[in-house]
Design a protein around this ligand. Structure first.
Ligand code: PBG
Length: 321
């Protein structure tokens, strides 16, 4: 007698019954861009199907997320004016805070409303923090701004703030500031293991980034995994309620190690370049869009991510219905 694993693969219902991993809409978070001063959604050329939204259209998208049963929405702001310290990020009337308020009012507690807590979309030099007199990103001065930014986002209605700037100590400073202002229930999703990645390329178009150079003095080196585990440990100790690995597909070993080690839920971010590559290959007829996207997302879940941020989030419920 031979062992016959194929017995369980003979038809779709049997395969589905024994599937070890499922993609549920609730596990997915849709990242969304909101731009100041536009009157119509503006397509992002390098991300087919993804737009910069107006304040009206972002609310429509949020309603679609609720209808589709998604877990959450992550908002990024694209301001009209940028400056050296990213003033627009802290301003209650800045585009991201205004959008957070509108979306939270529209969805209440039917969708988890998340805010990117980072200065890079708001600074004229495009870095995630402020620059000191030597031209370096100033860790501690930046943290003070993140703290104010997180409080402004919580005040605007964000359920979750997501510091993505990779400054040391950012989670502790943000937690302390939120608590001091009475936002003890605001959740911190820490981008703990965020790598200096070429796969962020299309995002830079999406937020009209003015970055020259790179982020290698604060984002992690692709060569390292032990360092990621240290970052995750530190963030949990500082009060992170969830931790994230980003990008996802080239870092599935990091996702798996994080899931093994973390005492809090682990998220992974399938970033712009991952999305665009799948679309570009599909547009050439080289791969099938739907099955490649679903396979990539399933692999991220299989690696151990409980929550997945993906630009495919609204496609998944349609594809799997
Ligand atoms: C920083 C931030 C970035 C992304 C999310 N948050 C860009 C960066 O670090 O350069 C990238 C997301 C993506 O590529 O989809 N605010």
């Amino acid at each position: 007698m031979i062992e016959r694993p194929r017995r369980l693969r003979q038809n779709p219902v049997l395969r589905s019954l024994v599937a070890e991993t499922r993609l549920h809409p609730r596990d997915l978070v849709l990242p969304v861009f909101v731009a100041e001063g536009i009157t119509e959604p503006r397509p992002i050329a390098s991300m087919p199907g993804v737009d910069q939204h107006t304040l009206d259209s972002v609310v429509e998208v949020a309603h679609r997320c609720v209808a589709a049963g998604l877990g959450g929405i992550m908002l990024f702001g694209v301001p009209q004016h940028k400056d050296a310290t990213g003033t627009g990020a802290l301003d209650p009337d800045g585009i991201l805070n205004v959008a957070l308020r509108a979306v939270r009012e529209a969805v209440g507690d039917d969708l988890v409303v998340m805010a990117d807590t980072c200065l890079d979309e708001f600074t004229d030099h495009g870095h995630c923090g402020v620059i000191d007199e030597h031209g370096r990103v100033d860790n501690d001065a930046t943290n003070l701004l993140y703290a104010e930014m997180a409080v402004a986002q919580a005040r605007a209605g964000a359920h979750v703030v997501a510091p993505s700037g990779m400054m040391d100590g950012q989670v502790a400073v943000i937690r302390e500031a939120l608590d001091a202002e009475g936002f003890t229930d605001t959740v911190i999703l820490a981008y703990s293991a965020k790598y200096a990645s070429a796969f962020f390329g299309p995002f830079r178009e999406a937020v009209q980034s003015s970055l020259q150079g790179d982020r290698r003095t604060y984002q992690q080196d692709a060569a390292n995994i032990v360092e990621s585990l240290r970052e995750i440990d530190l963030d949990i100790a500082e009060g992170a309620d969830m931790v994230m690995v980003k990008p996802a597909m080239s870092y599935l070993d990091v996702v798996a190690a994080a899931a093994e080690r973390s005492s809090v839920p682990v998220a992974a971010y399938q970033v712009s370049g991952e999305y665009s590559m799948i679309h570009a290959a599909a547009a050439n007829g080289w791969i099938d869009l739907r099955s490649a996207a679903l396979e990539s997302l399933t692999s991220i879940r299989r690696a151990g991510a409980q929550v997945v941020l993906t630009y495919f989030a609204l496609d998944v419920p349609e594809w799997t219905a």
